[in-house]
Design a binder for this molecule. Sequence first.
Ligand SMILES: Cc1cc2nc3c(=O)[nH]c(=O)nc-3n(C[C@H](O)[C@H](O)[C@H](O)COP(=O)(O)OP(=O)(O)OC[C@H]3O[C@@H](n4cnc5c(N)ncnc54)[C@H](O)[C@@H]3O)c2cc1C
Ligand SMILES: NC(=O)c1ccc[n+]([C@@H]2O[C@H](COP(=O)([O-])OP(=O)(O)OC[C@H]3O[C@@H](n4cnc5c(N)ncnc54)[C@H](OP(=O)(O)O)[C@@H]3O)[C@@H](O)[C@H]2O)c1
Length: 280
Amino acid sequence: MTLDLTVADAAAKPAKKTLPDAQTVTSVRHWTDSLFSFRVTRPASLRFRSGEFVMIGLPDDNGKPILRAYSIASPNWDDELEFYSIKVQDGPLTSRLQHIRPGDQIILRPKPVGTLVLDALLPGKRMWFLATGTGIAPFASLMRDPETYERYEQVVMMHTCRTADELTYGRELVENLRHDPLLAELYGDDFANRLLYYPTTTRETTDRMGRITDNFTTGKVFADLGLPPISAQTDRAMICGSLAFNIDVKAVLEGFGLREGANSDPREFVVEKAFVGDGV
Ligand SMILES: Cc1cc2nc3c(=O)[nH]c(=O)nc-3n(C[C@H](O)[C@H](O)[C@H](O)COP(=O)(O)OP(=O)(O)OC[C@H]3O[C@@H](n4cnc5c(N)ncnc54)[C@H](O)[C@@H]3O)c2cc1C
Ligand SMILES: NC(=O)c1ccc[n+]([C@@H]2O[C@H](COP(=O)([O-])OP(=O)(O)OC[C@H]3O[C@@H](n4cnc5c(N)ncnc54)[C@H](OP(=O)(O)O)[C@@H]3O)[C@@H](O)[C@H]2O)c1
């Protein structure tokens, strides 16, 4: 079960001192004991490319900012900014951030950067978004950006977590996209075939299981979705997970003949870490 808080809940809260680069929290949703998402006001001057990240944070007890990298999960046309976050119980930032409520302020440095942008890839036919855990955040932005579907005929979102409840944020987002009026107007009934969703678990038994790497090397994902194997002529990919995941997926994609690209040197796939370290 999820817990939603919106600005209305904040009406009785006293006004707080304004932080530098402050933005106001407009809603918070807790998905599991270790995952939550929240939305904040967007600085009028902030322009970003879907898939980029910014530094956000809160002040510590002495007023010094604790800042961390966060992928913007909302698309670049959205009036607000959305973030999808882990809760690390002894983490300097998220031990505090997990308690934010609508009306609170966070620090947001308005300098977006990142490698998971459409411009870092050569044109192709099919785009694979490959994520574990909170690594789905940049793809939550890119999946909601019509430009993704203008550039690619088909998008496949593969998201893997240990348990089914950890998939809920992504699952709900994809379901909402299937009813999105803008995408429905552009693609109609064809949209179901434009965005394919392939969630799997690895530790809880569900209908679809397995690591992304295994589902590629056994060919299971291609058989399940009725797609040809990945080829450098048609397929492009973006990877976002732990360091170990990124290294292993990169090797699998290179095995299919794809090469890593960058903003300055577009090729067939790009990689970004979902976090630094071994995991919570
Ligand atoms: C480019 C980039 C983009 C990022 N985007 C996001 C995002 O969209 N959402 C998000 O929740 N985090 C994201 N992170 C991680 C984020 O910057 C922080 O590490 C996280 O918010 C925890 O902060 P902390 O101060 O509480 O703990 P930290 O001291 O930063 O981390 C403590 C430990 O927790 C583990 N950890 C940290 N973040 C995660 C995570 N997301 N999933 C699993 N384990 C983790 C690591 O082992 C880390 O060593 C991103 C990191 C990078 C480098
Ligand atoms: N999430 C939890 O419930 C939980 C509970 C206790 C402790 N932890 C600790 O928290 C850390 C982070 O946990 P997490 O679940 O968020 O992230 P994670 O360990 O990176 O796992 C997320 C998903 O990615 C898969 N994966 C991990 N490494 C991979 C690789 N090299 N190639 C392909 N797939 C890979 C995992 O499959 P596998 O399941 O096959 O590894 C899992 O489905 C871990 O180090 C863990 O020790 C997490």
